[in-house]
Design a protein around this ligand. Structure first.
Ligand code: PRX
Length: 655
């Protein structure tokens, strides 16, 4: 079947009775029909406190909470008075069950080596690191930076922090030394856990070297723990007393450690994400609510069983890695799988071979990866059985019908449901998604809200819009895994999320609802762009550009890209006397990669005489977006473009 338009896909699904519950696939263990979903959803929003209490009771609490929710808008507290420990729930809770000696974590490195840690073994490693951190003086509430490749030590580090009540802040290994410094400084980290290097596409990323560079600008930093990942480490310095090898510390550490009870609202992690200003926001998540919701969403949306091997392909440096590589699967006693390397590396069918060799049951990835595989052709997945796969998921951006169909046919072999899950770093867990076995999908739509979640599509005044009309996606009531604040900036938290649309949390996304109440995401409506499922602030890239001595002014916009969803396009005005050239373009691209990381490297750079502005001095971004979208014709010129004429013609539209 070769169908690509939405209508064609819908009729194909209907004709083949795909995803019309309950007959099409293994029923969800919990919710098995749309009627059941509707009834439980109604109950969950009528009395969210009762709903979430019942779920939280499935986990271990040292002390039960007194109030399920204290809501002092825009500040929420969940399970107030309760005491728990997330690492205890991920590990110790399983040790008295049949899960004790089953795999908690299976990992394969880019070079083909692998490691499996059972729940028992993972628990021992986490306890050892918990003791090490405590001995290094890390106390309850202290911040610990984690800047590691995708290796088991990243999971051990997160769990050890959660265990002792230290707040972890994972920084994606692809971020630069400067980006690391800025984040660790804001968090005032006392310890950073890193590696002598990491493998990526056959090359080595010099992580420790970046930490060394950043360290001079992080006055709070006392200790650096270094995992030995390479035989021949990239060059880096070593400061006695500050730097410690992981393996030496753990070799002498005790594996006995009692998980202390922590308050439900004890901060669990700070994760930096891009916003609309140049400064990344430290999103703060706390313990009890995050635990409850990451547990339940994994259980119901992925219909997870403890016999499942779950592969979420995200790096732990992103929120997806936090909730669905580490916490969600382990809370459910499943096996989480991690692959260190890049998707096509070292062979274009590496992913499919991993699925067969490890018997992966659930695959959760980003549409951009699916599009990249599609480009490679159908022959690579065809070489593999993929018979263990039961369910597929996507996250990070809307999935286009072509990619959806390819995923469904070539990976899901027309038998696996696909869950398109909408959420954000701030939401902590999935909020809008189909439920396999209950909520039928429509390709390209994240479908219906999860239990207890009240999304709406509204205009600027917060009024709900009728079906079919595009507007702003908001959330009308608090949910357990929601961010609590922005680290050290409660004011920005209130302003950023709760002031644009009266009485609502504003997601920054545009959306519309169809006649069935299904949500269709339409992309960001603020100055955040989503490049290959990674979120970047245009202001952050602009400030990296203007930090170059030859740049006077810069404006960054997103333009549609077949592979990445959105590509970064920069319009740059040069300092007087500087000549535009191809060489300078390349230098500016590299400069941004050095300042932020390669993910922020602009695809296009265009030099302009002046940037088009309205009479009040606002950069005309809409005009730039249009220009960038039509980029092919003019992209490679190195002459200065005069955009002021266009600006005059377009001014009326912008204001
Ligand atoms: O624009 C939405 C998009 O990704 C943004 C959140 O990015 P981040 O905080 O980095 O978290 C990514 C993974 C949770 C959202 O504001 N987004 C996420 N999931 C979807 C999506 N857009 C459409 N459909 C989705 N399923």
């Amino acid at each position: 079947m070769k169908a690509t338009s939405q209508t064609e896909i819908h009729s194909y699904l209907q004709e083949n009775r795909i995803f019309s519950p309950p007959d099409a696939f293994s029923a969800n263990a919990q919710i098995s029909s749309m009627e059941e979903y509707r009834a439980l959803y109604d109950r969950s929003i009528r009395d969210p406190e009762e709903f979430w209490s019942q779920i939280a009771e499935q986990l271990h609490w040292f002390r039960r909470w007194e109030n399920t929710l204290v809501w002092d808008p825009p500040f929420a507290q969940w399970f107030v008075g309760g005491q728990t420990n997330l690492a205890y729930n991920c590990l110790d809770r399983h040790l008295l069950t049949a899960r004790r000696n089953k795999a908690a974590l299976i990992w394969e490195g880019e070079n083909g080596e692998s490691r499996t840690l059972t729940y028992f073994e993972l628990h021992r490693e986490v306890c050892k690191l918990a003791n090490v951190l405590t001995d290094l003086g890390v106390k309850h509430g202290y911040r610990v930076g984690i800047y590691l490749p995708l290796i088991p030590e990243a999971v051990i580090s997160m769990l050890a922090c959660a265990r002792i009540g230290a707040v972890h802040s994972v920084v994606f290994g692809g971020f630069s030394a400067e980006a690391l410094r800025e984040r660790m400084n804001d968090a005032a980290a006392t310890v950073i856990i890193t590696a002598d290097g990491g493998w990526r596409r056959g090359g080595v990323i010099a992580l420790k070297q970046s930490v060394d560079e950043a360290a001079t600008g992080i006055p709070s930093l006392r200790h650096i723990i270094v995992v030995k990942r390479l035989d021949h480490a990239a060059p880096h310095s070593w400061v006695e007393g500050r730097d410690h090898w992981w393996h030496r510390l753990l070799a002498v550490a005790s594996a006995q450690h009692d998980a202390p009870p922590l308050d439900a609202e004890h901060p669990l992690f700070i994760l930096y994400t891009s916003g609309t200003t140049g400064k990344p926001k430290g999103i703060v998540h706390t313990t009890g609510g995050y635990m409850t919701q990451s547990y339940l969403t994994t259980k119901w949306i992925f219909d997870i069983r403890d016999t499942d091997t779950f592969w979420c392909t995200a790096e732990v440096g992103w929120v997806t890695g936090h909730s669905y590589v580490v916490y969600g699967p382990l809370l459910n006693g499943a096996t989480t799988f991690m692959y260190e390397g890049a998707p096509m590396h070292p062979a274009p069918d590496r992913w499919w071979s991993l699925i067969d060799r490890w018997g992966i049951n659930i695959l959760y990835t980003a549409p951009t990866a699916i599009r990249a595989f599609m480009r490679q052709g159908d022959s690579y997945p065809a070489k593999h059985q993929l018979a263990s796969l039961r369910l597929l998921g996507t996250v990070g951006e809307p999935i286009n019908p072509e990619a959806w169909m390819w995923y469904h046919q070539h990976i899901g072999r027309e038998r696996c449901p696909i869950v398109d899950t909408w959420w954000q770093t701030e939401t902590g867990a999935i909020l809008i998604s189909p439920l396999p076995g209950a909520v039928p999908t429509k390709p390209g739509s994240a479908t219906l809200p999860f239990f207890g979640i009240v999304p709406d599509v509204v205009n600027r005044d917060g009024e709900s819009l009728p079906a079919g009309e595009g507007g702003f996606l908001v959330l009308r009531s608090p949910w357990p895994a929601m961010l609590r604040t922005i680290h050290r900036d409660a004011e920005r938290y209130a302003k950023q999320y709760w002031s644009d649309i009266p009485g609502c949390y504003f997601t920054g996304d545009g959306a519309r609802r169809d006649a069935d109440g299904y949500f269709w995401l339409m992309g960001r409506v603020d100055d955040v762009i989503n490049v290959a499922g990674h979120r970047l602030g245009t202001a952050e890239i602009e400030s990296a550009l203007v930090s170059h001595p030859q740049v006077a002014e810069a404006a960054v916009v997103g333009r549609p890209d077949e592979l990445k969803g959105t590509a970064i396009a920069a319009f740059v005005t040069l300092e007087a006397g500087t000549k535009p050239s191809q060489l300078l373009k390349q230098e500016l691209r590299d400069h941004v990669a050095h300042e932020i990381g390669s993910i922020a490297r602009p695809e296009d750079i265009r030099f302009a005489e002046t940037l088009p502005k309205t009479r009040s001095g606002k950069i005309m971004r809409r005009l730039l977006r249009d220009l960038a979208a039509g980029q092919e014709t003019v992209g490679d010129t190195t002459t200065l473009e005069d955009l002021s004429v266009l600006a005059c013609l377009r001014e009326d539209e912008e204001t």
